[in-house]
Write a protein that binds this ligand. Structure first.
Ligand code: AMP
Ligand code: ZN
Length: 460
């Protein structure tokens, strides 16, 4: 199957050609663990999980790596402001280490609830400080770094093709020029590789280095970890659209400066999620979390469906109504497939069109449309069920388990069903309807077929 991916590096869809024939390396920029992640922070990991599941369905082995940023990500992506963990620590009184531990746990919990495959190799920034210093030493030896008052900076004018990624055509557009930056920098786009600890402040997280006590610049960890795990050049690098103009060009420049090679061949970026057409942000009170939606009775799978109904390169506007519609849609899918028979023998191929749609830059919206059409098609129900479950191995809504849960009826339901069977044989439709109502009170829904009555109770 020809797989097309939109590559931000060339700004076009390209045929995906992995470095090795049957193995793909993916590096996903991970979370900054200073607070509860909001839904927008989790969205990318759903998308990259579907990308990975799709590649697995096409018989590739996938090695997936992700960083956990627990130091060095400043409130502005371009080296200005405070370390996000230090800021949170000052606000809450908890140490940066404790915060990182606490919010990493929340992140992993969210990943699990969103049914993201656990086969990801995670690396923490604070666990790779030695490797980051060694990498920066190579940059220094090669003459890419210069010292100013608050740190060691990378001279972007020395980098080959700086800004090709992000299409940063001129110096004013370059990363860093939008915000208050250290005026000592040689160029607005230069970025910190090592930041010095402030002279008057003892940081929770700081390390000795050849340049002085301090901590790594945020971009460094991804260059280092991706190289440690996937090599000098790997296949796919992913991140949110916010990374396209600062973090990723900087990462790429550092990596290329050290190895002389292109860091990754395909750079994929997800568009942002907004709330009621505004920014999803914790400080604005629009940072809705997975816990928030669960508290209102929505399932993580409904959120996953909402995300996948949209193509990942289109902005997704979150509203409660859209989440409600997604949850209704999910319940309907579960009901339909719960009424389908289990495949007896074999499993005919009804899902070819699904793989084809997904091959077009992971078009999950079209993939879901194929799933819906399959449910509604005239094919035998066992064949439809088989195909839907295969599609869901890629979409990851967890339909197999949800179907099984729906078929697991509450206590008392089975007896009512038996009684109803008898009264229907006696053609006592009044009693039959009464028993249907009783079952409905238990949350059980019945569909009468030629073969008898089928019953389900959807539990999300
Ligand atoms: P962070 O924890 O802030 O580093 O964000 C985790 C990931 O989510 C990064 O890849 C960001 O690019 C991405 N991201 C942050 N906010 C949003 C949003 N509103 N919509 C989609 N992706 C986002
Ligand atoms: Zn990164």
């Amino acid at each position: 199957m020809t797989i097309l991916l939109y590559n931000s590096l060339t700004r076009k869809k390209e045929e995906f050609k992995p470095i090795s024939k049957d193995k793909v390396g993916i590096y996903s920029c991970g979370p900054t663990v200073y607070d509860n992640p909001h839904l927008g922070n989790m969205l990318p990991y759903i998308i990259w999980d579907v990308l990975k599941r799709y590649l697995l369905s096409q018989k590739y082995q996938v090695e997936h790596v992700m960083n956990i940023t627990d130091v060095g990500h400043l409130t502005s992506d371009a080296d200005a402001g405070q370390d996000k963990l230090v800021k949170a620590s000052q606000k809450t009184g908890e140490s940066a280490w404790d915060l990182a531990k606490k919010y990493s746990a929340v992140f992993f919990e969210n990943m699990n609830e969103l049914n993201i495959l656990p086969s990801i190799k995670y690396l923490r920034a604070t666990d790779t400080i030695r490797e980051q210093i060694e990498f920066a030493q190579v940059l220094d030896k090669k003459g890419y770094l210069y010292r100013i008052s608050d740190g060691m900076y990378f001279d972007t004018s020395k980098a080959k093709n700086y800004g090709q990624l992000g299409n940063l055509k001129n110096v004013d557009q370059r990363a860093g020029s939008r915000v208050d930056v250290n005026p000592d920098k040689k160029h607005p786009s230069d970025f910190a590789v090592w930041k010095f600890s402030p002279a008057d402040e003892k940081r929770d997280m700081e390390w000795e280095s050849p340049w002085g006590k301090g901590f790594p610049g945020w971009h460094l960890e991804c260059s280092v970890m991706s190289r440690m795990t996937l090599g000098d050049t790997f296949d796919i690098h992913t991140g949110g659209l916010d990374h396209l103009t600062v973090h990723h060009p900087n990462e790429m420049a550092q990596s290329q400066a050290v190895t002389g090679k292109r860091q990754a061949n395909y750079w994929l970026h997800n568009a942002f999620m907004r709330v009621d057409s505004g920014k999803m942000s914790k400080s604005l009170g629009t940072g809705i979390t997975l816990q928030d939606i669960k508290a209102k009775g929505f399932s993580p799978a409904a959120f996953r469906l909402l995300v996948l109904q949209n193509h990942y390169r289109k902005t997704l506007n979150f509203t409660w109504e859209s989440l409600e519609a997604a949850q209704r849609g999910l319940v309907n899918i579960i009901k339909e497939i719960a009424f389908f028979d289990k495949p007896a023998l074999g499993c005919p191929d009804l899902e070819a069109d699904f793989y084809l749609q997904m091959a077009d830059d992971i078009n999950s919206a079209k993939g879901l449309a194929v799933l819906q059409q399959t449910i509604e098609s005239e094919n035998p129900t066992h064949a439809k069920l088989c195909a839907v479950l295969k599609m869901d191995e890629v979409l990851g809504l967890g339909l197999k388990e949800l179907r099984e849960r729906a078929l697991n009826l509450p206590p008392g339901a089975q007896e009512l069903l038996e009684q109803r069977k008898l009264v229907r044989q006696a053609k006592d439709w009044t009693q039959s309807d009464k028993l249907r109502d009783k079952l409905s009170e238990l949350g059980v829904e019945i569909r009468d077929t030629e073969l008898g009555q089928n019953a389900v109770q959807v539990k999300l």
